[in-house]
Design a protein around this ligand. Structure first.
Ligand code: CUA
Length: 156
């Protein structure tokens, strides 16, 4: 084998090993896992048997404060419509029972990636009445584009 080829092979395998070491140190040593907001873990194949996802829905937890427990699946959300009065803060906790999905409310900072085994959380206050679309923005299969729901913020 020519000398130059050996050198390039060594550089190639060296960088592969280096990248694997970096990934390993970050994942195991530094505990860097999926994107932020996914601290809680859940058994991915028994999601519906575990609280709170055994009973998804909207729950009022204080004046103008709600907890929205939403389960995502191919291709939809349970529940897919929630209604709150204007000025409400909604604490979303969302997970998936099958593949990776997204939970995004366009025009707002709510932008979650739903990874099996993790519960994504985010809080959003709705200052303006109206209908807010939420949708899946992680390609998840043939029905990806019909995966959406809405938040109705009622003027009171
Ligand atoms: Cu779910 Cu795309």
């Amino acid at each position: 084998m020519p000398k130059l080829e050996k050198i390039w092979l060594a550089i190639g395998s060296g960088s592969l090993v280096l990248f694997l070491i970096i990934t390993g140190v970050m994942a195991v040593g530094m505990g860097l896992n999926p994107p932020d907001g996914m601290q809680t873990t859940i058994e991915p194949d028994k999601v519906e048997a575990q609280a709170p996802f055994d009973n998804p829905g909207l729950e009022q937890i204080g004046p103008n404060e709600y907890k929205a427990t939403i389960l995502s699946f191919v291709f939809g959300y349970d529940p897919n419509t929630i209604t709150v009065p204007v000025g409400s803060t909604v604490h979303f906790e969302v997970t998936t029972k099958d593949v990776v999905h997204g939970f995004h409310i366009p025009g707002t900072p709510t932008n979650l990636m739903l990874v099996p085994g993790h519960v994504a959380e985010y809080s959003q206050t709705f200052h303006e009445p109206g209908e807010y679309l939420f949708l899946c923005h992680e390609y998840c299969g043939i029905g990806h584009e019909v995966m959406y729901g809405k938040i109705v913020v009622e003027d009171v």
